[in-house]
Design a protein around this ligand. Structure first.
Ligand code: SF4
Length: 180
């Protein structure tokens, strides 16, 4: 059944997908220090990002309570390494694939309890309510990034049998559905 679903994700446009055990994923609590240094510029600007999303200890424990992870990646071509529009288009493509993956998963496996780990900050609203110190508009739908859970994504790629980098002038995004 899950093999068929992996094939479905490829049909949606993902470059690769596979099921791994969460115990094989490397979690690095020290990644939270990079968040605190605001390495990505999103710290304290989004309800789906640190510090609002929760402590690294709580989030790692939450993720590690699931036995399996369905991991997928999208790969998009860039004109060159400065192609910002191409990167945005790559993220839009990842979002489009992700929307289909989550919808199909909910239809095919309604009985499974899941936790979705996204690529980057929650972008459900054009302006996150956190910026205006208002409550999250969609707490049941907001997403949290893999890094906020402490996931070492380059190691995740290796464990899932995927390339973390997919050649010159490409951009790769990863998503994962943890399930039980
Ligand atoms: S759903 Fe909207 S308000 Fe909530 S975290 Fe996402 S972008 Fe922010």
């Amino acid at each position: 059944m899950m093999d068929n679903f992996v094939a479905k994700i490829i049909e949606f446009g993902a470059k690769a997908a596979s099921v791994i055990e969460v115990k094989d994923i490397t979690f690095r609590p020290e990644f939270r220090e990079a968040c605190k240094r605001n390495a990505c510029g999103k710290y304290n600007t989004n309800w789906g990002c640190p510090p609002a999303c929760g402590s690294i200890e709580d989030m790692m424990a939450q993720a590690q309570s699931y036995p399996y992870a369905l991991v997928y990646q999208t790969v998009s071509q860039l004109e060159d390494s400065f192609d910002y529009e191409g990167m945005q288009a790559g993220k839009a493509f990842y979002n489009q694939v992700t929307e289909q993956v989550l919808k199909a998963y909910a239809e095919d496996f309604p009985e499974k309890e899941t936790l979705f780990l996204n690529a980057g900050a929650c972008k459900l609203c054009s302006r996150c309510a956190k910026l205006d110190e208002q409550p999250c508009r969609f707490p049941d739908k907001r997403t949290i990034s893999m890094e906020a859970y402490g996931v070492d994504v380059s190691n995740l790629a290796k464990v899932a049998g995927m390339n973390y980098i997919n050649g010159q002038n490409t951009v790769t995004y990863f998503g994962a559905i943890l399930f039980r």
